[in-house]
Design a protein around this ligand. Structure first.
Ligand code: NAP
Length: 311
């Protein structure tokens, strides 16, 4: 029997592809602005392109209220997932994501929890199990960028904050969802690390890179431990993605200059947008990745290996 939604898949693929191509043919020089439009115009995309790749599955997206997490929450909902939109401080952003999903006919609720606090994480998972009947997908996305300084100026409190959010947060969330996934003998965990945890693509991000490197090690170790329960654990390592994290604290001239730098140092000649990452998370969360675990995929437009080459 054909799985629900499968029958419409090729139709959507073809129509999306045609729209995409004619769209970019016309707006060629303004590509990155238009990608942004696609992301900010997500109200239109939820529901309309629904093809049910994770139909009926329950998903927690930590830091699902903004940036990459927001795009991921919307992408999972668009494919039929029931989504918990976790946030730490800014309730309005999380409520907005939930409202977009609900208006498109999906299911979601916001949940405030600092992922670095085990008790709050346990409450979030308990509420998810109560409302959605379990947790099938966990996306460890919550993140902060602190302490971009040279070695001798690094601050312990910046390191602590990033260890709490990236390392302890990932571990606490996995420890809370794992018993439920083990019972079902199925589950998908996707950790959003960074190319910073793989190489040295950006100077003065040492502490951030250390914690992202730890997330990559955790990904492999968790995959090893959870594999016998058919729980798949993978990581997406984004390159430079235009979000609050990369914009905040910088003047518009600085943002423009950084964008230019990343465009020049990326094979695909553009910086990324949150939807670029969300699509790959969706792959790892879907049945398409049922025999994939312990992997780290750089989604960076070809930047990791393109630091100083000239053509
Ligand atoms: P962003 O736009 O700044 O959004 C961060 C999100 O994380 C917000 O929803 C925020 O919620 C939440 N958050 C932060 N600390 C949290 C905590 N302790 N508990 C729960 N939620 C928390 O960031 P982004 O650029 O989308 O980044 C998302 C992830 O991708 C991060 O892990 C980041 O390290 C990684 N990444 C980003 C880039 C990039 O270029 N943007 C590159 C590589 C990797 P509140 O708004 O409520 O605080």
């Amino acid at each position: 029997m054909m799985k629900r939604g499968t029958e419409n898949r090729s139709h959507y693929r073809i129509s999306f592809w045609l729209t995409y191509n004619s769209f970019f043919h016309i707006i060629g020089p303004f590509k990155s602005e238009c990608f942004l439009f696609f992301v900010t115009g997500d109200k239109l995309m939820v529901g309309k392109n629904r093809v049910g790749r994770i139909e009926g599955l329950s998903a927690i997206v930590t830091g699902g209220s903004r940036g990459i997490g927001r795009a991921t929450a919307l992408a999972l909902a668009r494919e039929g997932g029931k989504v918990v939109v976790n946030y730490r401080e800014q309730a309005k952003d999380a409520e907005e994501v939930v409202s977009i999903i609900e208006k498109a006919g999906g299911e979601a609720f916001p949940f405030q929890a600092d992922v670095g606090m085990r008790g709050a994480v346990n409450e979030m998972v308990a509420e998810t199990v109560k409302r959605f009947g379990g947790v099938d997908i966990l996306v460890n996305n919550a993140g902060i960028g602190k302490g971009g300084r040279p070695l001798l100026e690094l601050k312990e409190e910046d390191f602590d904050a990033m260890v709490d959010t990236h390392v302890k947060g990932t571990l606490f969330c996995v420890q809370a969802v794992a018993p439920h996934m083990m019972k079902k003998r199925n589950g998908k965990i996707v950790n959003i690390s960074s190319v910073a945890g793989i190489g040295t693509a950006l100077a003065q991000t040492t502490l951030y890179a250390v914690t992202k490197g730890a997330m990559i090690t955790l990904t492999k170790r968790l995959a090893l431990e959870l594999g016998p329960y058919d729980i798949k654990v993978n990581s997406v390592a984004p390159g430079h993605i235009l979000t609050d994290m990369t914009i905040m604290g910088r003047s518009s001239a600085e943002v423009k200059e950084r964008s230019r730098y990343f465009e020049e140092h990326t094979m695909l000649r553009r910086e990324g947008v949150p939807e670029d990452i969300a699509r790959v998370v969706l792959f790892f969360a879907s049945d398409d990745a049922n025999f994939v675990t312990g992997q780290v995929l750089s989604v960076d437009g070809g930047r990791t290996d393109f630091l100083s080459h000239s053509l």
